[in-house]
Design a protein around this ligand. Structure first.
Ligand SMILES: *[C@@H]1O[C@H](CO)[C@@H](O)[C@H](O)[C@H]1NC(C)=O
Ligand SMILES: *[C@@H]1O[C@H](CO)[C@@H](O)[C@H](O)[C@H]1NC(C)=O
Ligand SMILES: *[C@@H]1O[C@H](CO)[C@@H](O)[C@H](O)[C@H]1NC(C)=O
Length: 553
């Protein structure tokens, strides 16, 4: 009788989180799951009695696609009342698995020790493709392509295959905007494996940072659940140095029965408890608030502006930054914004129009030396964002660094969509709509804006400025002409190319903005024409449009 009771207690209470060395490997987990960690890869992984890696490579961390971190030691770094913090040490830094007694999964974080300057740094699970047949991101859900389908298709560019019916298979169709992901992962047959990043301040880039999330590994057939904590798949040039101690995470690796709804509910809970109180690291806990109000110099509130807290006196674009910690948000209808839980430090603030009521405002406002102190509010007060305001002659689209509003823009990632846009197009101010302009120009040809000029405003000089804002640019050459005369152009010589346009993006790649000044006399009364003549563009390369505007000076 006593024995039965004891046995019952042991079974119900379980052993909780554990770590041990075994045959030159490290084994850790809790009553729900366990994994065997070797010098680089962790596998097998068992969850509720089922092995989940199969012929997949398991869990590992790697830099720049090829080099895998090698763990030289492992042990329990910290013990709480209901968790252990398992630390794996490599020359580049340490990966921690925080294992709570009753958690289905683990929190993970990485502390930089000596990472080289790099573009890509990620952890990943390569799982059993018989179990994990499906995937989900914030923007896409469904069956992953099957390896045998690749074999029957023709490779047409990096990780992209054309099927006999003319459609494409590519991992880039499974990309997403990183900061819009509540949860992403892979699932099937009664089990799901998910990543939930409640805090996102350790990612590189801004609101428009995109990354790969999940895919079928085209070499092996593994189901891949990526965790691109630093990446460049949709960016021009990003190689960052990291200060010692820079910490990515903690994020949650979450296991469940495969229910996305359950994973989403879990993500809500994580968000509500971020920053995590159990992660007692002093620098992680030291955070403050930044707030302020942005008003345009013409008196309008900077309604809905995208607001970004990044490097102070930046040397890189907002999307290109990646060494430190970054915060993204939006102003409300009155131009007011607030960032909570900002790590202590000195930041540079930037804001730019996100369409809507201020969709006619190009460029950005930048504020230097925004200091954040622990437990304090940094109130920037009311700041004026200077705009020109002499009057607009025409505008195609809204300034928001995105192609949204134009034909085919803003949908799920889809390879080859730019091929649907025409080589020649004429847009007429006053009658054409934004949707008559196409999201991408990706073939040699000419796109024209036709517009009428009547009396100019009394306060205007007669000179004008043509603002050309690109949501993305990949290797191509364009000449800009006004009434048949060249006023400028852009090509690889003066813009850095990003892969967005040819990697399935429908919204953005990397933003560029050019201004072409037109002297008085360049425009005439009556009909005028601005022309974008694409002289060179290889297949699927070109520009993704944000907005074009002609203003009086
Ligand atoms: C799973 O991987 C194996 C190789 O390990 C491969 O032969 C098979 O086609 C893959 N299955 C799918 C559905 O892609
Ligand atoms: C210039 O004149 C236009 C049209 O009369 C007016 O809307 C605008 O506010 C003026 N801008 C400035 C900067 O004075
Ligand atoms: C950029 O390159 C284009 C085409 O090569 C050229 O026409 C243009 O003048 C250049 N612009 C600048 C600002 O250098």
């Amino acid at each position: 009788m006593l024995l039965t009771v004891l046995l019952f207690v042991v079974l119900v209470a379980g052993k909780g989180a554990f770590f041990r060395s075994e045959n030159g490997h490290w084994v850790f987990g809790n009553d729900h799951w366990s994994v065997t960690q070797g010098p680089t890869h962790a596998k097998p992984l068992t969850y509720r009695g089922k092995e989940l890696t199969g012929r997949g490579a398991g869990h590992y961390m790697g830099m720049n696609a090829k080099s895998t971190l090698k763990w030289t030691s492992a042990g329990i770094a910290r013990k709480g009342t209901n968790f252990i913090d398992v630390k794996l040490t490599a020359a580049e830094g340490s990966l921690h698995w925080v294992i709570f007694d009753d958690l289905h999964g683990a929190y993970q974080y990485f502390v930089n020790g000596g990472l080289p300057a790099l573009g890509e740094f990620r952890g990943l699970w390569r799982l059993d493709n018989r179990t994990f047949t499906h995937g989900a991101t914030a923007g896409k859900e469904g069956a992953l392509p099957r390896l045998p389908d690749y074999a029957r298709a023709k490779k047409v560019q990096d990780e992209t295959w054309e099927k006999a019916d003319g459609s494409y298979i590519t991992k880039y169709d499974w990309a997403g905007f990183l900061r819009e992901q509540d949860v992403f992962g892979v699932y099937g047959e009664g089990v799901g494996s998910w990543f939930i990043h409640a805090g996102k301040d350790y990612f590189n880039g801004n609101h428009l940072k995109q990354e790969l999330m999940i895919h079928r590994e085209s070499n092996s057939g593994d189901t891949v659940q990526l965790n691109m904590i630093h990446g460049t798949h949709f960016q021009a040039t990003t190689s960052d140095n990291f200060p010692k101690g820079k910490t990515w995470g903690p994020w949650l690796w979450y296991l469940n029965s495969g229910s996305r709804a359950d994973a989403t509910a879990r993500a809500k809970k994580e968000l509500a408890s971020w920053p995590y109180t159990w992660h007692t690291d002093a620098a992680y806990q030291a955070r403050g608030t930044v707030r302020g109000i942005l008003t345009l110099s013409d008196g309008r509130p900077a309604a809905g502006a995208a607001v970004f807290l990044g490097d102070d006196r930046p040397k890189q674009t907002a999307l290109g930054m990646g060494s430190n910690y970054y915060y993204t948000g939006y102003a409300d209808a009155t131009g007011a914004f607030e960032f909570k839980h900002v790590r202590v430090g000195t930041y540079g603030l930037q804001a730019w129009a996100n369409g809507g009521k201020i969709g006619d405002v190009p460029g950005a406002i930048e504020l230097d030396s925004v200091s954040v102190a622990a437990g304090k509010v940094t109130d920037l007060g009311s700041r004026v964002w200077k705009v020109r305001g002499k009057g607009t002659v025409f505008r195609v689209g809204e300034f928001d660094r995105k192609a949204v509003g134009f034909r085919y823009a803003g949908g799920p990632y889809q390879h080859g969509l730019s091929a649907k846009c025409p080589a020649t197009l004429t847009w007429t101010a006053g009658t054409s709509k934004a949707s008559d302009w196409c999201f991408a120009q990706a073939a040699p040809g000419s796109w024209k804006v036709v517009f009428e000029i009547g009396d100019r405003p009394a306060n205007a000089t007669g000179a004008a400025v043509l603002t050309v804002s690109l949501a993305g640019y990949s290797g191509s050459a364009t000449t800009v002409l006004v009434n048949g005369k060249t006023v400028g152009g852009f090509s690889n010589k003066n813009l850095s190319s990003d892969p967005g346009t040819y990697r399935s993006a429908t919204t953005a790649g990397e933003w560029h903005q050019m201004e072409y000044k037109l002297e008085a006399g360049a425009l005439r009364r009556g009909q005028n024409v601005v022309e974008f003549k694409m002289t060179e563009a290889t297949r699927w390369h070109g520009v993704m449009w944000d907005a074009v505007m002609l203003e009086w000076l």
